[in-house]
Design a protein around this ligand. Structure first.
Ligand code: F6P
Length: 366
């Protein structure tokens, strides 16, 4: 294939995030307008191992997908080619490095580049494949917003909007019953969703992984509200929030190729503690995957489109081993190594935390 006419592949890996289809659409349209071909790899990196799972994508496949949640290519958080789980003869899982097969397939297909869309796990795999000679460009996605080298990832704004709308609805029922409503939101080890949705949804308390909390402080805050004739309360709890001195709560170990534990349980634990300590009627709502679903917000559609187009420009410039990142007003390219250096956590002194404290929101630490 001539240098000018490229044949590129795109995959989406890890948990889905609203905006993935926007990236796919932008990649296909930008490539098509350059006279290139695009192949969609299904289910993360898995489609490059079982070659049946590859689709030639044209503008016809993507024209109407921008407002759609999910991903037309499918995704998985169990498809790491460097640690692929395979059942042995007695049904136990063994892990194999099958990355050479993936690299061979990539070459046999005559592909010029891979645009890998995913979170930290997918970017780590992208980096390892790049080191094995695959020309990769990364596109960051995660509702958790925990990638450090980009101001924001698409999917986050939609998740925060969904969580805020849910909190708005919980205010009215909490007030009608004089109840405490505890809302558990996603975010893994970062508290961005809880913080932004909690402030935007006028929560009374926000508990995040970055600030270990003490139930005495949370309950005193709720009791203080009672004295001011505020008989209901909203407590937003990030799934990774921890009581001081304790570890994160989870419902399932990392297993069967899944890299991480499944977080959960803290919302119910907090609700139970509040009920026991204050006597208030308390309920817990776990928002869960609702936050990952549905149509992306305008902001996420825009970021997704800009990321997809920027990734194609990176392929054109042969700027491989890099990840696109939002650095307003620009989209920039960051080496994958640098992008993976550290997780972006909520800084204690960030303006949103300071403002939340100023208006009297409790973080459970004082
Ligand atoms: O990383 C995105 C995320 O939605 C986290 O917020 C959450 O902990 C996790 O994925 C849930 O993963 P799964 O879809 O495998 O349950």
């Amino acid at each position: 294939m001539s240098k000018g006419r490229k044949k590129i592949a795109i995959n989406t890996g890890g948990g889905d995030a609203p905006g993935l289809n926007g990236v796919i659409r932008a990649v296909v349209l930008s490539a098509y307008n350059r006279g290139w071909e695009v192949y969609g790899i299904h289910d993360g990196y898995k489609g490059l191992l079982d070659l049946e799972e590859i689709t030639h994508l044209t503008p016809l496949n993507v024209n109407d997908i921008l407002p759609q949640g999910g991903t037309i290519l499918g995704t998985t958080n169990k498809g790491n080619p460097f640690e692929m789980p395979v059942k042995n003869a007695i049904g136990e899982l063994e892990y194999y490095d099958v990355s050479d097969r993936l690299v061979d397939n990539f070459r046999r297909l005559g592909l010029s580049a891979l645009i890998a869309v995913g979170g930290d796990g997918s970017m780590d795999i992208a980096l390892r494949l790049h080191k094995k000679g695959i020309p990769v460009v990364g596109v960051p996605k995660t509702i958790d917003n925990d990638l450090s080298s980009t101001i924001v990832t698409f999917g986050f704004d939609t998740a925060v909007t969904t969580a805020t709308e849910a909190i708005d609805k919980l205010h009215t029922t909490a007030k009608a019953h004089d109840r405490v409503m505890v809302v558990e939101v996603m975010g893994r080890y970062a508290g961005w969703i809880a913080l932004n949705a909690g402030v935007s949804g006028a929560a009374d308390a926000i508990l995040i992984p970055e600030i270990p909390f003490d139930m005495d402080h949370v309950c005193n805050h709720i009791k203080g509200g009672e004295l001011q004739k505020h008989h209901y309360a909203i407590v937003v709890v990030a799934e990774g929030a921890t009581p001081a001195g304790q570890g994160m709560m989870y419902t399932e170990e990392a297993k069967e190729g899944r890299q991480e534990v499944r977080l959960g349980g803290i919302g119910h634990w907090v609700a139970n503690e509040i009920k026991e300590r204050t006597g208030k009627d308390t309920r817990c709502v776990v928002l869960g995957h609702v936050q990952r679903g549905g149509s992306p917000t305008t902001f996420d559609r825009l970021v997704a489109t800009r990321f997809g187009a920027a990734a194609v420009r990176a392929v054109e410039k042969e700027q491989f081993g890099h990840m696109v990142a939002l650095d307003p007003p620009q989209v920039k390219y960051v080496p994958l190594e640098e992008a993976l250096e550290r997780m972006k956590k909520v800084p204690m002194d960030c303006d949103t935390v300071l403002s939340a404290r100023d208006i009297g929101i409790c973080f459970g630490d004082e």
